[in-house]
Design a protein around this ligand. Structure first.
Ligand SMILES: N[C@@H](CCC(=O)N[C@@H](CS)C(=O)NCC(=O)O)C(=O)O
Length: 284
C-alpha cells in the first residue's frame, strides 16, 4: 500500500508528517498525521494512537494538545487518524449536522445504507492503519491508544475489544456510555440500525462490565468538572460503576474547573503520555 506525503515539519528534533492513502477499509482516500520523535532516527519506537472527537481531523490534536515536546522526550511516536471517511461520494448527515457523518465516524463499522460503504472506521483504526504504520515507519509493535470525547469512546472501546493489541488506554472526556446519551444514540442508530444488541459491542461501559480479568489493561481517564457535555453526553459514572463491578484497573480523575476543550487536554497530556510510556516499558 503506498503513501503520499502531504506535509513535513521538523519539531522538537523529530518530524510531524501528514500522509494520504487509499483505504481498503473505508474505500476512499484517508489522511493521517504521524509524529516521529528524534529517537526514531536510530531505533524503532512505540506508537500512541490518538483518536479525536466530533468535528476534528488529524490536525486538532497535533496542533493544539502540546503533546509533541513530551513525545520527543519519551521517544514515542504519535499517530492521529481522521475522524471519518471523506470525499465527494462519502455520505454525510442529511442536515449537515456536526455530530453525525463527516467528522463523526464514531469508530464503528457501519452496517446501514448509505454509510456502510465508507464508514468502516473500526476496521481502519484497529487493523488497516497499524499495519500501514508498522510497514512504513521505524516503529515497534508496542502500541497504546488514547482519545478525546468521541475519540475517548473510540480508544476505550477499541482497547476493551482488543486488549492484546495495546499496552494501555487513556481518554479525556470520553463518551463513556454511548448507548445512553444523545450523541451515541444518534450515531449508533444511523450507522448500526435500531437493534440495540448491535450497539452493545461498541459501548465501553457494557464492554468493561463483561471484561474478564485476563483482558484488563491499565486505563486512565481525565474528565473536566466544568465540561458542558458532562451530564447529558459523557456520563463517566457509568464507567466507574462498570470498573467497580469487575475490578477493572481504571483510574478516573475528575478535574475541577476544566472544560471540554483542548486547553484541558493540553493540561494533562504529559501525564497521559508518561502513563503510556510506563505501561509500554512494563509490558516489554
Ligand atoms: N463545539 C462543537 C462541539 C464539537 C466539539 O466540542 N468538538 C470537540 C470534540 S467533541 C473538539 O475537539 N473540537 C475541535 C477543537 O476544539 O479543536 C459544536 O457544538 O459544534
Amino acid at each position: 500500500m503506498s503513501l503520499t506525503q502531504v506535509s513535513a515539519a521538523k519539531v522538537f528534533g523529530g518530524w510531524h508528517k501528514q500522509f494520504s492513502h487509499a483505504s481498503s477499509s473505508n474505500h476512499c482516500d484517508m489522511r493521517f498525521a504521524i509524529y516521529l520523535p528524534p529517537q526514531a532516527e536510530k531505533q524503532n519506537v512505540p506508537v500512541v494512537y490518538w483518536l479525536s472527537g466530533l468535528t476534528c481531523t488529524d490536525e486538532n490534536f497535533m496542533q493544539k494538545a502540546g503533546a509533541l515536546r513530551v513525545a520527543a522526550e519519551l521517544g514515542l511516536a504519535i499517530v492521529a487518524p481522521d475522524t471519518s471517511p471523506r470525499g465527494d461520494d462519502v455520505a454525510d448527515a442529511p442536515d449537515g449536522a456536526y455530530d453525525f457523518g463527516l467528522g463523526a465516524g464514531f469508530y464503528v463499522n457501519a452496517t446501514q445504507t448509505p454509510f456502510a460503504q465508507h464508514y468502516q472506521m473500526y476496521d481502519y483504526v484497529v487493523n488497516e492503519l497499524p499495519k500501514l504504520i508498522e510497514q512504513h515507519f521505524p516503529v515497534t509493535t508496542q502500541r497504546a491508544i488514547s482519545g478525546h470525547s468521541m475519540g475517548g469512546h473510540g480508544a476505550l472501546m477499541i482497547a476493551l475489544k482488543n486488549p492484546q493489541r495495546y499496552a494501555s488506554v487513556s481518554a479525556f472526556s470520553p463518551i463513556s456510555q454511548p448507548m445512553n446519551c444523545p450523541w451515541g444514540q444518534k450515531a449508533f442508530a444511523g450507522y448500526l440500525g435500531n437493534d440495540q444488541q448491535q450497539w452493545r459491542q461498541y459501548d465501553s461501559s457494557e464492554l468493561m462490565k463483561a471484561s474478564p480479568v485476563r483482558d484488563h489493561i491499565p486505563a486512565l481517564v481525565d474528565q473536566g468538572e466544568q465540561d458542558n457535555f458532562l451530564v447529558e453526553q459523557l456520563k463517566p459514572e457509568a464507567l466507574v460503576d462498570a470498573a467497580k463491578l469487575v475490578d477493572y484497573p481504571l483510574t478516573l480523575r475528575m478535574q475541577p474547573g476544566y472544560d471540554h476543550s483542548y486547553y484541558f487536554i493540553a493540561s494533562f497530556i504529559e501525564e497521559h503520555l508518561q502513563f503510556h510510556a510506563r505501561c509500554i516499558i512494563d509490558n516489554s
